[in-house]
Ligand binder design. Sequence first.
Ligand SMILES: Cc1cc2nc3c(=O)[nH]c(=O)nc-3n(C[C@H](O)[C@H](O)[C@H](O)COP(=O)(O)O)c2cc1C
Length: 354
Amino acid sequence: MSPQRAGLHDDYPWTTPGVPLIVAAPMMKITMAKLAVAASAFGGVGFLAAGFDLTPLAKDLAEAAELVKSSDIRLHNDTLPIGVGFQNWGADLAAAIDALHQNPVAIAWFFAPKQLSDLLPWSKGIRAATNSRTKIWIQIGTVVEALEVAKTSRPDVLVVQGADSGGHGLTQRAGIVTLLPEVADALKAEGIDIPLIAAGGIMDSRGVAAAICLGADGVCLGTRFLASEEAVIAKGYQNEILRISDGGVSTVGTKVYDQVRGIHGWPVSYNGRGVANMSYLDALSGMPDEENEALYKEAMQLGDQGWGPEGRMTTYAGTGVGLVREVKSVKDIVKELQDGSLEILKERGGQFNL
Ligand SMILES: Cc1cc2nc3c(=O)[nH]c(=O)nc-3n(C[C@H](O)[C@H](O)[C@H](O)COP(=O)(O)O)c2cc1C
């Protein structure tokens, strides 16, 4: 079995050939230039998170361009060998095109539009702005979404986000073990061939190997990279990632964290998965929103002490958080995932009469 379509490495030639493609997910305000460039520099694909407010994007891309200059990777088709992740429900297309004109990137990643048809002008607009040098990746969460965007926006890659994922995702969706093969079958039945990247719950090389066996062309990890040296993350948040275990019960999908943080505008079908903290528990027992928001503001004054067992600071993380036990460099994480998954695939294959 080929772990990776030849096409993916051809399209993203800075990636390590012959190993599963490792993608560091865009995570708003956390995966910025340093992390994105490190992931690509060490053979994966790094994403700079643009989120929904594109005001700082041009500056962030300029920083990425400087880092690329001083790294071992080169521009690809005159684009930075990284991606940029947009939260389309709130991001402005004209501002995105403006920033990409100055520093085009190899990939634009779309997620969570108000409606899927909004992704069509985004795909056309960005392709036109960079003469199709920028590939389009779209993160989806259901079979229906996969089919619709595949037929309309025609992305170069689909990122299939299963229910275990950290941060925002569709409130209703399946886990990656069933979602990825069902999406693959549905696309195949329509004669559509698009590489699939598995996301949600992949924390280590076992998860990578499993996703490859499901038919994924690569994997995307978010929560694992929260515990990386290059993440822009408060120490209190990172410590909480290392402390929390048993993510099926210790994390919850909820809209409470957007509410207390005053973030409005996510499409109604989305919520965010994070560690169940005091904001969540108080909301559950009926505390009025205004009181909960005020307590959150107070917790913000506590710095790193705002996290922890009695904490209120939001700790977005996936159900796999209990498998994240050590802060490492992006280089070490990517290398471990590549080498470890190959090892597992070889070893497990050898146990059967192949
Ligand atoms: C803290 C955090 C922030 C995230 N922010 C974004 C984002 O800004 N844009 C986006 O497309 N996805 C975002 N995601 C979701 C990721 O793209 C990805 O689907 C998810 O992290 C994969 O699941 P995992 O966390 O189990 O690895 C975020 C995830 C986390 C954990």
